[in-house]
Design a protein around this ligand. Sequence first.
Ligand SMILES: NC(=O)c1ccc[n+]([C@@H]2O[C@H](COP(=O)([O-])OP(=O)(O)OC[C@H]3O[C@@H](n4cnc5c(N)ncnc54)[C@H](OP(=O)(O)O)[C@@H]3O)[C@@H](O)[C@H]2O)c1
Length: 353
Amino acid sequence: MAPIWSLLAVTALILQAIAAPYVTGNSALTSNLKDIPSVGLGTWLSDRDKVADAVEYALKAGYRHIDAAWIYKNEDKTGQGLSAALKSTKSLSRKDIWITSKLWNAHHRPKEATAAIQETLTNLAVDYLDLYLIHWPVAFVPHKGDELDKSVSLIDTWRTMENLVRANLTRYIGISNFARHEVEEILEECVICPYAHEFETHPYLQQGEFVEWHKGMGMKVIAYSPFGDTNPTYRGSHIEDDGKKKQTLLKDPFWVELAEKKNSTVAQAVLGWGLERKTVVIPKSTSKEHLAENLKAADRIVEFTFEEMEEIGKRDKKTRMNNPGRAWGVDLFSDLDDPTKLEHDEVFGDGDL
Ligand SMILES: NC(=O)c1ccc[n+]([C@@H]2O[C@H](COP(=O)([O-])OP(=O)(O)OC[C@H]3O[C@@H](n4cnc5c(N)ncnc54)[C@H](OP(=O)(O)O)[C@@H]3O)[C@@H](O)[C@H]2O)c1
């Protein structure tokens, strides 16, 4: 009979495998960061004229995580800010910073994907990414605008992503804007499995069950648009009578009162809620004041009791701000909250998401 200690060791190995079966990175690329930093800097819609300064300022102030994307058309400026911070801060090295970027829809085929990540690396002036995400579960035919590419499946694209890890171009790979059934499809087939899923979640689109499910699967959740409808291209259901955009979340009386109680700003309270539920938050800003304010949330200056979390949970509006599916002719988020309510034109203006 096997000794008891060997049975225990086998049980421990099985439990370990069950607890974290899905995270596989590239061990040839090392980092000083054990995990993705809980507060990152978003760069979608950051002005090309402002983003280099914002990134440099942010890194010097203590940010260690930048969220970029090829389609934001400002990666080169983001890279300038990164290089400037590295050059002027002796104690800071590339390995201290987590850099995420994303594979655009028109680049899902292997040749295009390899060229796209190379371009992103050149733009950002780095040798490797920490995390590369499939931006949307949608493939376009290269050089044909929004024409859908039926020849590439999500699994084909995932295999291409796995090869980018093997080619030492990124430490981890992940997904963004996937419905649950699409995440499951990847999890069933992956050899190198997703480190994280980046999707829209904030107090008005909480998706608590979906967030918890990822944790159970050993995947990080990166919460985008953490300030809900504050992104100026989100209009949708938040238009005031005079036709002006109404930014409800950061002015929501419930949140204003909660922030007062916590001696924080509303933005810090909202980010604190995201951190309390163990999501990674990536607020965008090019304002020094906001950058500093948002970073303070990482110190967990705002914490919530169980009762407060329950109360916030009751105020979920289940309102999605970002859904370009109709414009693309694709059924996005089909098994999640608010998959189809918003028309494309109502959701955002001319931003390159
Ligand atoms: N994977 C995806 O498909 C996807 C989609 C959307 C977003 N994202 C990522 O997530 C990031 C964040 O989301 P987001 O840009 O949509 O929206 P957000 O970060 O929730 O909101 C950004 C807006 O909030 C303002 N702001 C920032 N800090 C503030 C503060 N302390 N007080 C008041 N206003 C403040 C910013 O203006 P100022 O610049 O003037 O501060 C900006 O107008 C993006 O930048 C992008 O990196 C990813």
